[in-house]
Ligand binder design. Structure first.
Ligand SMILES: Cc1ncc(COP(=O)(O)O)c(C=O)c1O
Length: 403
């Protein structure tokens, strides 16, 4: 019998979708490599360099020979620095044994999915959602229950939408505030309303707060676990250094929550990846405990870009754009352009519109479908002002050509 590698793949993996945002970025990079001048608004990666003191800490650790295995959950200094950060910035009390450090927020969430979810479980995800959540839940054998939020509600889940989605099988909800892809964020009152339902129904909350430092116009982000002792007991708080400190390539994420859940993640990690890179942990301590001015400087720069882009987008006929409270994405409603044509070719959905903009305007964007929302495009403004100006000029010109 001939061996067919494809047949060898597990059911789990056959059902898995590759990350669409990574796919778009790959396409744009491949076009760039062929000499095509593509502007990348696709990927959620700050264009800034990692602040110098953080890099220096890693170099120092290397020179000092800090290159061996560390405790699986992370070195004590780092877990302590994370606890201090939670106390200072979020008003949260966690002990180091309630903290696990993993290879990025994505890995933290993957560990949590495998540690918590199984066949028969339902996990609520408000849409538009970050692309990775549903696939990780499915990998664990559980069922994602997608609850579409409305643009009119600021892309926020309401208590009544949540109540309707809860069933006896509901195990957890994943909340992401500020959100990728919409940038929407819950204020304290809105979050308290969600917490009331979660506490009443005994639903575990995975609170992904990775964009907490990138907020606008004085918006004050709230940690779900800090809302009340009841909320604290049923929440796992997820965060990471990728976005706040421009450290995407370093792969540093962390979770804090009930000891039993964190221990389960550590056990899982001990049988899969073990500790994250030893010297990256030393750098993470410096990032968290050092001067936070670079975090604010980057957030201020994002604010300028957001304002510029919103001013421009709001003037494009037919495009309506939610003004987000955080993150570095805009999620314009482009449904007025669906059904239009270019050279006799009809654009049937936002995926085809994104493809048209890549071909015609040479701008890479992610279509709303990737986030569970039809009729939208996600623009990541983690790009220089010069690229942003050029990119939006091109988008505007290409949209004008549609009839
Ligand atoms: C909402 C959200 N959570 C988590 C992550 C994970 O980031 P990382 O794995 O780089 O920490 C991302 C990255 O795009 C994200 O957008």
């Amino acid at each position: 019998m001939t061996f067919a590698p494809k047949e060898a793949l597990s059911r789990r993996i056959r059902a898995l979708n590759p990350s669409p945002t990574m796919a778009i970025d790959g396409k744009a990079k491949e076009m760039k490599a062929r000499g095509i001048d593509v502007i990348g608004f696709g990927v959620g990666e700050p264009d800034f360099d990692t602040p110098e003191p953080i890099k220096e800490a890693a170099i120092r650790a290397l020179h000092e020979g800090f290159t061996k295995y560390t405790p699986v959950a992370g070195i004590h200094d780092l877990r302590e620095a994370i606890c201090e950060k939670f106390k200072k910035e979020n008003g949260l009390d966690y002990a180091p044994d309630q903290v696990v450090v993993s290879n990025g927020g994505k890995h933290v969430l993957f560990n949590l999915a495998l540690a918590l979810f199984q066949e028969g479980d339902e996990v609520i995800i408000p849409a538009p959602y970050w692309v990775t959540y549903p696939d990780q839940i499915q990998l664990a054998g559980a069922t994602p229950v997608i609850v579409s939020t409305r643009e009119e509600d600021g892309f926020l889940l309401t208590p009544s939408l949540l109540e309707k989605a809860v069933s006896p099988k509901t195990k957890a909800i994943i909340l992401n505030s500020p959100s990728n892809p919409t940038g929407a964020a819950y204020d304290r009152r809105q979050m308290e309303e969600i917490a009331r339902v979660c506490v009443k129904k005994g639903i575990l909350v995975i609170s992904d707060e990775i964009y907490e430092h990138i907020v606008y116009n004085g918006f004050e982000p709230v940690s779900f676990a800090a809302l009340s002792p009841e909320a604290y007991n049923l929440t796992v708080t997820v965060n990471g250094l990728s976005k706040s400190y421009a450290m995407t390539g370093w792969r540093i994420g962390y979770a804090a929550g009930p000891k039993e859940i964190i221990e389960a993640c550590v056990n899982l990690q001990s049988q899969s990846t073990s500790n994250i890179t030893s010297f990256a942990q030393k750098a993470a301590v410096v990032a968290l405990k050092g001067d936070q001015a670079p975090v604010r400087t980057m957030a201020e720069e994002f604010a300028k870009r957001r304002k510029y882009l919103l001013d421009r987008i709001d003037r494009i006929p037919g495009v309506r754009c939610f003004h987000p409270q955080g993150a570095f994405y805009l999620f314009p409603n482009v449904s007025a352009y669906i059904g239009k044509s270019f050279n006799g070719n009809r654009i049937n959905n936002s995926e085809e519109l994104a493809q048209y903009l890549l071909d015609e305007a040479r701008v890479a964007l992610v279509p709303g479908e990737a986030f569970g929302a039809q009729g939208y495009l996600r623009i990541s403004y983690a790009a220089s002002m010069e690229k942003i100006k050029e990119g939006i000029d091109r988008i505007e010109a290409a949209l004008k050509k549609l009839a």
